[in-house]
Design a protein around this ligand. Structure first.
Ligand code: FES
Length: 114
């Protein structure tokens, strides 16, 4: 008998053609969910969720950072690292480029995002 937990299922999100992406961080809405596409200092794309890791407020772009208006946590724009609070970061998902198209793998269960 196995006691291992079942692997969390993920869905692949099609983020569109790389050539269609505007200035980064680029806001994206996929179904009811909101994200930002960003790129780190090494050039790797990341998909950052607009759901705040503190208490699920809605993160917005604010001046030169992201900000959650619920309690004021702020995050830098490239990797979503919290800059004014605890060691935290925005929910972040890796992005792959295949044939000029961007894809991100996101766990189906938002409780497993952290
Ligand atoms: S819910 Fe975002 S800072 Fe509290």
């Amino acid at each position: 008998m196995s006691t291992a937990e079942p692997a969390s299922s993920k869905r692949e999100l099609d983020l569109g053609a790389e050539s269609s992406i505007g200035e980064l961080p680029f806001p994206l809405s996929i179904g009811p969910d909101h994200y930002f596409l960003s790129r780190d200092k090494d050039g790797a794309y990341h998909l950052l969720s607009a759901i705040c890791p503190h208490s699920w407020g809605r993160i917005v772009r604010w001046d030169n950072c992201f900000m959650c208006p619920d309690h004021g946590w702020r995050f830098e724009l490239k990797e979503g690292l919290c800059v004014n609070g605890p060691r935290s970061r925005m929910y972040t998902f890796p992005v792959k480029v295949r044939d000029g198209q961007l894809y991100a793998e996101v766990p189906e269960d938002k409780a497993k995002w952290g």
